[in-house]
Design a protein around this ligand. Structure first.
Ligand SMILES: [Zn+2]
Length: 271
């Protein structure tokens, strides 16, 4: 039998790790998925002019995408405190996108107002990144106390930014651990992680001093209290996660979005 003991990605304790659905199962992540692995994505065969990603063989996972990353306590804590708000907003946006009279096109910016519980949603999105990232990075960025203290609105000291875009409801998912690249803007090394599953895509910028990622930053959600709901106005770009960030340069030249797509809320909480 598989040994499922390891370091919990949130609390850092060595414990039996439980299966964490990414995104939560209640968003519909419970079906057969087909995925590509990194050695395929980064294969020398997968370069412009060579094989397209779609030509590679996919791996099948039954029952939705999940990883053994969290101890039972952290899994239950995020599951009861943050998942309902995340799933609720995700399902409403998903249904709204499916019911639009004209299907939105990639590259469009979608404007809408929606009710959300911002802090809960933000903490669940960050919890997803705790599973995507390695435990050492989560510890380095101090996400543990912010996530495990339900009412905490104090961002960790080490700066980061969390950006959101929309993914077509029939679009691809993506799970990219911390990845370094040279910023096309400053020429400096930047570090980021990306997670996407319809209808949302998120980019966690771990080097926010380089403001290379220009779409809506969710840090303002931290100005709300736990369980406090709000009706917010969103301006979110619709993108194909499969194209990012491997073609980051091309993407950035083509698509420029408003840096403050989430309004109206109080001034950003800059830690
Ligand atoms: Zn834990």
């Amino acid at each position: 039998m598989k040994n499922n003991f390891g370091t919990c990605h949130i609390c850092g304790k060595y414990a039996k790790l439980t299966s964490e659905h990414l995104p939560p199962k209640s968003t519909g992540n419970n079906k057969l998925i087909r995925c590509y692995l990194y050695d395929q994505i980064f294969s020398p065969d997968h370069l412009p002019g060579k094989r397209k990603l779609l030509d590679f063989k996919t791996h099948r996972i039954q029952g939705g995408f999940r990883m053994n990353t969290l101890c039972e306590s952290c899994n239950k804590f995020t599951g009861s405190n943050y998942v309902p708000a995340y799933s609720n907003f995700s399902n409403r946006v998903f249904n709204a996108m499916n019911n639009m009279s004209t299907a939105p096109q990639l590259g469009d910016t979608l404007h809408f107002q929606a009710k959300i519980i911002p802090l809960n949603f933000f903490k669940q999105a960050l919890s997803i990144f705790c599973s995507v990232l390695d435990p050492a990075t989560v510890t380095l960025y101090g996400f543990k106390d912010f996530i495990l203290t339900r009412d905490s609105s104090t961002l960790p000291e080490k700066p980061f930014s969390l950006h959101m875009y929309l993914v077509p409801t029939n679009g691809a998912s993506k799970n990219l651990p911390a990845t370094g690249m040279v910023s096309p803007k400053s020429g400096k090394q930047m570090l980021f992680s990306e997670f996407a599953s319809p209808p949302f895509g998120f980019i966690l910028n771990l080097t926010p001093q380089d403001a290379c990622i220009s779409f809506p930053n969710l840090l303002e959600f931290v100005n709300f209290k736990f369980n406090e709901s709000a009706t917010l106005e969103f301006n979110l770009p619709l993108l194909n996660p499969r194209e990012m960030p491997l073609s980051f340069d091309g993407w950035k030249d083509k698509l420029v979005f408003s840096p403050s797509g989430v309004v109206p809320v109080a001034s950003p909480n800059t830690a």
